[in-house]
Design a protein around this ligand. Structure first.
Ligand SMILES: Cc1cc2nc3c(=O)[nH]c(=O)nc-3n(C[C@H](O)[C@H](O)[C@H](O)COP(=O)(O)OP(=O)(O)OC[C@H]3O[C@@H](n4cnc5c(N)ncnc54)[C@H](O)[C@@H]3O)c2cc1C
Length: 389
């Protein structure tokens, strides 16, 4: 088999890139380890920057997102002394769109199938080869036999645990990592959201987030010890703990119901440099992870896709490889700024096991400063709605 661009991973980064390239007549094959149903059932991110939404439209898959997605002009921050609003629209003129990652992925798969794009599911042992030569290729097991896919370029969109990053020789890559001593216990419930906008709560008992997918589907999270497992929490315990972490007047309005999904995600910051090795390029979680506090995981994958897409179009349409040469530095410059933002939001709103009284006072002052100072709120809003590409 031969293609122009071989993409490992049929998650949002791989699918969005393949759909954008397909629109420009650039041939791609996507290799995915799981089944399509498995990928579509993964409940993850739900807040899209306008840059992400723009890419979806450019890929020709924005119609349902524009119809069903919910535009948010602001978000609330609650703390033990009260709550305040970050007015994205007033501070930046911009907004975010609440639209689930599973819906994004479904729209992209539907469009890819309708356009006849090739995706191979249940590929095992995908291995990138000859990456530093002129003719890289992938070998993989599919349909009971070993296959070989030759390509001009290989794009690793295979998430944190995929093989692409590992294919860069250890001596040629540097990894930067920070792990946090807690996780997020998240539930999905078919109940109306507690508010029209997201509520980020930094309470004395730990962090909580009230999020949503649509007007009848809510997503709630609470900070929990890493040693907990979802089975340790029945729904009643979860709702009771969530209420304790919200201001009383807000907690009173919470509509509870049975959870339809419950999981725990550990929090981690991670970056791999560089994001290119020969003819291999990394996009999305394959190269970096953020703690979800700033809603940046999926959005940062999209900004990589933006740079990668334009670099490949420039190469194929103008015969100019400057974009490919600049890709890693360009993508990393934005990634580190979103890393900083996600780390800062995480530090401001969570309780850490080793926090001293001094640390707690600084955390309170940080929130008070944000509440009082418009420039500080604008800085938060600019990062939240998305830094320019
Ligand atoms: C539990 C969880 C909750 C999250 N919640 C949020 C959130 O609330 N907000 C937010 O902004 N972000 C969140 N994220 C992060 C966000 O979901 C990711 O940043 C986003 O999915 C990145 O997209 P991606 O395409 O780069 O990687 P992925 O979505 O991980 O996709 C990678 C794809 O590659 C495939 N793959 C892996 N290995 C191979 C292989 N060997 N061969 C072929 N295919 C392979 C995988 O099956 C997968 O389909 C969450 C992540 C997790 C894990």
């Amino acid at each position: 088999m031969r293609t122009q661009v071989a993409i490992i991973g049929g998650g949002p980064a791989g699918l969005l890139l393949s759909q954008l390239l397909l629109k420009r007549g650039i041939d791609t094959v996507v290799l995915e380890r799981r089944t399509k149903d498995y990928v579509l059932a993964r409940i993850r991110a739900g807040v899209l920057e306008t840059g992400f939404a723009g890419l979806m439209r450019e890929a020709g898959v924005g119609a349902r997102m524009d119809k069903e997605g919910i535009k948010h002009d602001g978000a609330r921050i609650a703390h033990p002394q009260g709550q305040f609003r970050i007015d994205f629209k007033k501070l930046t003129g911009d907004h975010v769109i609440v639209y689930g990652q599973s819906e994004v992925t479904r729209d992209l798969y539907d469009a890819r199938e309708a356009a006849g794009g090739e995706t191979l599911f249940e590929c095992a042992g995908v291995t990138p080869r000859d990456l530093d030569g002129e003719q890289p290729f992938l070998t993989f097991l599919h349909g009971g036999k070993m296959n070989r896919l030759d390509a001009d370029f290989i794009i690793g969109c295979d998430g944190f645990h995929g093989p692409s990053r590992q294919a860069i020789p250890e001596a040629a890559r540097r990894e930067f990592e920070k792990t946090y001593p807690f996780g997020w216990l998240g539930i999905l419930s078919e109940t109306p959201p507690i508010d029209d906008e997201l509520i980020y709560a930094g309470s004395e008992r730990g962090f909580a987030l009230c999020s949503m997918r649509h007007e009848k589907l809510s997503r709630y999270y609470i900070q929990c010890p890493l040693s907990d497992s979802p089975e340790d929490w029945d729904d009643d315990d979860f709702w009771a703990e969530l209420k304790r972490r919200l201001p009383e007047e807000v907690a009173e309005t919470l509509v509870t119901g049975p959870s339809v999904e419950k999981s725990i995600a550990p929090l981690r910051s991670f970056v791999c440099e560089p994001m290119r090795w020969g003819r291999l390029f990394l996009c999305g979680d394959a190269a970096h992870i953020v703690p979800p506090t700033g809603a940046k995981g999926l959005n940062t994958a999209a900004s990589d896709v933006h740079y990668m897409y334009h670099a490949l179009v420039r190469h194929y349409e103008d015969g100019d490889s400057a974009g490919l040469d600049q890709y890693s530095a360009q993508a990393l410059a934005r990634i580190w700024k979103t890393q900083r933002f996600s780390w800062w939001m995480t530090n401001m709103l969570h309780r850490f096991p080793d926090q001293s009284e001094f640390d707690l006072r600084v955390q309170q002052a940080e929130l008070a400063f944000l509440e009082e100072n418009e420039a500080a709120r604008r800085a938060l809003a600019e990062s939240y709605v998305g830094l320019p590409y």
